[in-house]
Design a protein around this ligand. Sequence first.
Ligand code: AKG
Ligand code: FE2
Length: 350
Amino acid sequence: MEMTVPFQLANNTPLSLSPDFILPEFKRPILSKVFPSDSIPIIDLNVHEIDEGQGSSPLVSKISQACEEYGFFQIINHGVPKELCQKVLAVVTEFFQLPHEERAQYLTKDHTKQVKVFNYYQKYEGLGKVIMWSETFSHPWHPIEDFTHLLPINPPQYREVFAEYAKEIGALMDRLLSLISQGLGLEKDCLKKKIGERASLYSQANYYPPCPDPELTLGIPAHNDIVALTVLLQSEGVTGLQVIKDEKWVPVDPLPHSFVVNLADQIQVLSNGRYKSVDHRAVTNKWLPRLSLAMFYAPNNEIVIGPIEDLIDEEHPPKYRNYSYKEFMEEFYRQEGKRRRVKEAFELQR
Ligand SMILES: O=C(O)CCC(=O)C(=O)O
Ligand SMILES: [Fe+2]
């Protein structure tokens, strides 16, 4: 029988089905109950938006509907070159395949560190800490010139490929924010302005080695993204992302040369709850390593977020109070290791 060598986490722990990695029974994914019955919308971006007033182009309506009903969609014909997507996936995969000692230089539990390798975990009462079946590498991506010197020198192409990718994603994010603003009936630049000129943009690469029994583990537990918007690139040929729709988990099969876009908490709050930041998770699989590369767009700490005034009226009273992103992040860190409910802490009582 073929023996596979377990993946060595950066902290020098072998990824194995030891008790540290096994979820309590009530938290396991029950993969046999996940059917590809429904999937998130697929939106073709290769259409010209007819500028005939706000929110009236078919593309804007499709995006708006996806944001209201799913909070998630896949985009195709998005304009980011295919070779570049393949290159960035390859170079980030290579990073995770470096000797663990080399990845260990980025290990930290310090939230203020900009470049970091870490492992997701959950704490369960009476059981302690369970580590997720993955490793994560995070760093800022804009303005990339300010951060390039902090990025890995190994693999040797990392800095160059990532810088090129970051530029493309920056342009795509701007277009998406404009379309989403129009979907809400707002000026094209409204969301971008609300999130702020000096936004906090950082990437999060998640590497999921094959797992001998995916029923016992999760790559990333159920969560919603706390930022404003996420653009996610995933390995082709292997599914891992699952999204909640009508209280059921729905797998998101990667389409060739596509991105997954999801609305995160700050847009849910800015839209006064009209657009949804939806729960999702990553499950593991037996056969292939999987990589996902999330590019996050978030406000910086000083920015005040709250429902946009134009979206509030008698029928739609504000659902959240205003807060600074710093306050939001403090609440996020307070809930470390738990199933987080961060924006709920800022809900207004009726
Ligand atoms: O691996 C995935 O597809 C999900 C990643 C994710 O949800 C995240 O990085 O926030
Ligand atoms: Fe996420």
